[in-house]
Design a protein around this ligand. Structure first.
Ligand code: NOJ
Length: 568
């Protein structure tokens, strides 16, 4: 690839989402307004100014709808109600108004693959009996074998165990099985039934009418199951199946894993898009956890989703090759369908990147498993240094960026969380073999020493305890402190906005590299990361921002550091 080749240029007058920085709030853990130990909407409203200061463009909320919370809200009983844990619709309207008045848009999570088993549609399906229209809203099947005792096929649940549960029919006898790709409390809808689409169109409009800027669509790759529900050959429990299948064609992948990425799902994407497009300026971001990227890119063709989370980049190794290859693949795959790439390093389903990067590629358990006290504990200083460098590398690349709450504080995973606190269904379904995702979902520290949860509230209650390290990382300990991770994020976002880097152009810049560093240029800003032990000489110009504390213009860029230089 020649050095001057421009790999990405933002189109003129690009829509807001093509370059936006979207901040994920996990409502249970952002800020607790009523002191009960669970974050809530009033807590968010009270802390909005901190997000204005940070410099984000939009918030994506993980679900806050009515739910028995068997999967932290990804199990919804009523899609049009707020769970009382978080407040009510008035609180939401107030929050939306306050956020919009500060220039922040709000995207909400939509969970169409499955509902809670408490949802009235599922309850009606249980009552109505085999062959009824009510049952056809979900995926019920007779069992196989003697007494129909065996599950209809061999699909595993992402959270461990089987993905089928047998019910008792109204007459008290053992009856049909229903499918749940996740927990048994999360029955999968039957998206081959048009009534399911009607149900969700109405819900989408409900939230769009309220003024949300759009949706993050959960399990966007899983809505359609292969006709006939054939056995799977892929027993990976990662959210999108096994990742090492690059040699297979898309048709082979569709056959290998009959519940991820089936071709008919695209017709549903298009129907969602029509609804969203009937309002101004709204978007859909798909959790299409599907590899390779050329396949994921099918979800963001111009009449489907606007964005898809770039999981290839999320899991790219912190190495020159790892980063370069993933960026190349991303710009090519998304560029080929006219979509901007997204860039993301953390979310509520993966080990926080300040901990992930303390390990080498291949050393961590698969996505969804998490780190427990029995696992080799991370070198936190190493992880944080690399995380700061990686975020600095990521935020200079054009496209949409996603941040996960707490990464701006450099929070590590809670990697020694005691089993007695754990709530992830993975923990229960595997009897603690896989510890699950709670370690990245711990409440945020705001003011050091204010209650046991460092200002998450004033009572000290906390649905998950913070590790001791969170106190020193509390927001008030970093605010205004030169070199802190919070100030680094603020500066990155400020410069990114001022120079329009989110909507810029991208080319690699080998002229600024040595063997172990990687450089690119966006507009007239060079971004250089050093992965090796030899220091790197920076190009001439003004250092705009750097992960390396006290780096001067004449200085050298050290190991695991990134600098943005305005070329002179
Ligand atoms: C993906 C969500 O991000 C995750 O948290 C959830 O457990 C599953 N989908 C099921 O909804």
């Amino acid at each position: 690839m020649s050095s001057s080749e421009i790999l990405y240029t933002t189109k003129e007058n690009a829509e807001w989402w093509r370059s936006a920085v979207i901040y994920q709030i996990y409502p249970r853990s952002f800020a607790d307004g009523n002191g009960d130990g669970m974050g809530d909407l009033k807590g968010v409203t009270a802390r909005l100014d901190s997000l204005v200061e940070l410099g984000i463009d939009a918030i994506w909320f993980s679900p806050f709808m009515l739910s028995p919370q068997k999967d932290a809200g990804y199990d919804i009983t009523d899609y049009k109600q707020i769970d009382p844990l978080f407040g009510n619709l008035d609180d939401f309207d107030e929050l939306l108004k306050a956020a919009n008045s500060k220039g922040i848009r709000i995207i909400v999570d939509m969970v169409p693959n499955h509902s809670s088993d408490q949802n009235e549609l599922f309850q009606a399906a249980l009552k109505a009996g085999p062959g009824s229209p009510e049952r056809d809203m979900y995926i019920f099947r007779d069992g196989k074998g003697l007494f129909k005792r065996k599950a209809p096929n061999n699909w595993p649940s992402v959270f461990g165990g089987a993905s089928w549960t047998r019910i008792r029919e109204a007459n008290g006898k053992k009856g049909q099985f229903y499918l749940h790709i996740f927990d048994s409390t999360q029955p999968d809808f039957n998206w081959r039934n048009p009534k399911v689409l009607d149900y969700f169109e109405d819900i989408l409009r409900f939230w769009l009418d309220r003024g949300v800027a759009g949706f993050r669509i959960d399990v966007a790759h899983g809505l359609i199951k292969r006709d006939g529900l054939p056995d799977t050959e892929d027993f990976s429990t990662e959210m999108g199946g096994s990742k090492s299948d690059d040699d297979l064609t898309i048709e082979q992948l569709e056959r290998k894993n009959p519940y991820w990425g089936q071709p008919e799902v695209h017709a549903i994407n298009r129907r969602f898009r029509k609804v969203v497009d009937s309002y101004d300026d709204r978007i859909m971001a798909g959790e299409a956890w599907i590899m390779p990227l050329t396949r994921m890119a099918e979800w963001v063709r111009s009449d489907e989703y606007h964005q898809a989370f770039n999981f290839d980049y999320m899991f790219a190794a912190w190495s020159k090759e790892g980063q370069r290859k993933s960026v190349d693949r991303s710009l090519k795959a998304f560029g080929d369908v006219g979509a901007p790439s997204t860039w993301v390093l953390s979310n509520h389903d993966v080990i926080r990147h300040a901990t992930r990067f303390a390990y080498n590629d291949g050393e961590l358990p698969p996505q969804g498993d998490g780190i427990g006290a029995h696992f080799r504990q991370p070198d936190q200083a190493l992880g944080l240094r690399r995380a700061r460098a990686a975020t600095s590398f990521m935020l200079g690349i054009p496209g949409g960026a996603y941040l996960y709450q707490g990464e701006e504080l450099g929070l590590p995973e809670h990697s020694t969380l005691d089993g007695k606190y754990r709530q992830d269904p993975t923990w229960f379904r595997t009897k603690g073999k896989r510890v699950g995702r709670d370690g990245c979902r711990v409440p945020l520290p705001w003011e050091a020493g204010v209650g046991a949860a460092n200002g998450f509230n004033t009572t000290g209650e906390s649905w998950l305890p913070q590790p001791d390290t969170y106190r020193a990382l509390a927001r008030d300990q970093q605010s205004g402190v030169a070199g802190s991770t919070l100030e680094l994020y603020k500066r990155l976002l400020k410069v990114r906005k001022e120079l329009g880097l989110g909507a810029g152009t991208f080319r690699w810049a080998p002229e600024f590299e040595n063997e172990n560093s990687l450089a690119y240029v966006n507009g007239n800003v060079a971004v250089i990361s050093n992965f090796g032990t030899d220091p790197v000489v920076l190009p001439k110009g003004e250092i705009l921002v750097t992960s390396q504390v006290d780096l001067s213009a004449e200085g050298y860029l050290e190991t695991d550091q990134t600098a943005w230089v305005k070329l002179s």
